[in-house]
Design a protein around this ligand. Sequence first.
Ligand SMILES: [Zn+2]
Length: 110
Amino acid sequence: MHDTEYFKNRLLLLKEELLKRINAIDKDIRHEGMSADWEEQATERENDEVLELLGNASEDELAMINAALKRIDTGEYFECSECGAEIPQSRLELLPFTTHCVSCAEKSEN
Ligand SMILES: [Zn+2]
């Protein structure tokens, strides 16, 4: 039996944490009042770039989590999207939003 509820709850928790992180990053980017100091302004801009990269990575992760949740609902979560083989639960434990079994993942890396 697949422990669907367990993985669904796990993904929902991950999603919640991620949304919190995205909100925090958004707030940081929209900081108001630039400092007068030129050097500080440069530092702030650098920070913004880092924050934006972080934000983009989080958005990507969110898309993967949402896709995984959809696969849980359609019953495809435990199947490799490439060959249809069963993805072991131990693998999903480590990579909750993987869509590939080990051998297909290895193939696509090459
Ligand atoms: Zn496969």
